[in-house]
Ligand binder design. Sequence first.
Ligand SMILES: Cc1cc2nc3c(=O)[nH]c(=O)nc-3n(C[C@H](O)[C@H](O)[C@H](O)COP(=O)(O)OP(=O)(O)OC[C@H]3O[C@@H](n4cnc5c(N)ncnc54)[C@H](O)[C@@H]3O)c2cc1C
Length: 394
Amino acid sequence: MERWEAIVVGAGAMGTSALAHLARRGVRALGVEQFSLNHAHGSSHGRTRLLRTVYAEGPQYVPWVLRARELWQALEAETHRELFRPTGILQLGGPSGDQLDRALASARRRRVPHARLTAAQVRERFPAFHPADGTRAVFDPGGGVLFPERCLAAHARVAEERGARWNFNERVRAWSADADGVTVETSRGDYRADQLVIAAGAWVGHLVPSLPFHPLVERQSVFWFEPRRNEMEFAPERMPGFTWDAGGGPDRYFYGTPDFGDGPKFAGFSGHPVASADRVPRTIARRERDGVVRFVRQRFPDAAGPIRSETTCLFTHTPDRDFVLDRLPGRARVVVASPCSGHGFKFASVIGEAIAELVVDGRTRLNRRPFSLARFRPRRARPGGPRRRPPRAT
Ligand SMILES: Cc1cc2nc3c(=O)[nH]c(=O)nc-3n(C[C@H](O)[C@H](O)[C@H](O)COP(=O)(O)OP(=O)(O)OC[C@H]3O[C@@H](n4cnc5c(N)ncnc54)[C@H](O)[C@@H]3O)c2cc1C
């Protein structure tokens, strides 16, 4: 039976990065992926991802996102391919939306550069956007757009160049750990490893049934539009990536990216819970399309031509929407790095680095306590009641 120092399950955003960082650290590592690289069944496809540094999910994410951006830029220099476009990110919300207040509080606490804009200033500076008077906005000049397929390919290549091996189209069926190592059983055979990293995204519950929570998998849809007029407004030099809390609940939260050649991309957060990542209905209902079309007509009227293309993608949430990056309790040889909810992509570079630190050094430089599994254990009630579930954000 082949023996490896580490096996990584999954070649999505987290797995490709983990294998690259492990290989950089000199670890003899194998990556096992059930599909091909950059397949469209998981969470890491769709041409663009937002990288925000003004972080409403909490100031604890800021050191992680700053290190993540540094690592993406280093990977870009190493692989000579554009991975990140610093378009800035505009976050918009109504007069009383608390998402923007949290974003501002986090930026102030961590001294992240940002600028508050009125609706008139947004219309003047970014003519693609048509916010109503009273809309508040925060511009995040350090944010931008990542190109996910290129990011995965870059990490996968670095991993191979540093001596790691990928086994694609091979599914991990089961694993077991003992005092001497981990046995991984796949559709092609069995392997032994000193340590196992599970970066299985929406499939994490299949491989780790003992998780102390039920991962919620949701199918999302995204759309690329054909602008009707003034298409230069949607060029990345003139249109930042954005999130927009249009008020009225999670179904009225939208985001998008400028036109990188396929038309501007727009999407909402009206997700559909699915029972299993293996059985996801991929047909997009008219109702889902209509919600986004209405938003685009109202707030980006020049973009509201026909839909050029569309795709579906999976979000996998923890109950508090924060990540999991931890050793499995009672299984010290197993690291779980999923799920990363609906906002994980930007962090993949640093999560891969942190996984390699955990495997090699036994600890991470950045504080990963907010991502621990122990937070899901039953505790005494918090003073002031339970923590509110934060809104969705990408
Ligand atoms: C529509 C959409 C928009 C998003 N927008 C943003 C954004 O703007 N910014 C941001 O930061 N984040 C965003 N996210 C979230 C982000 O993309 C995800 O958090 C991230 O891609 C998750 O990566 P992953 O590696 O955990 O999962 P995946 O990419 O799904 O990778 C998991 C891999 O494991 C493999 N696997 C699973 N089980 C097995 C097995 N048994 N054997 C072998 N292989 C297995 C799967 O095939 C898969 O390739 C978005 C997500 C979606 C869906």
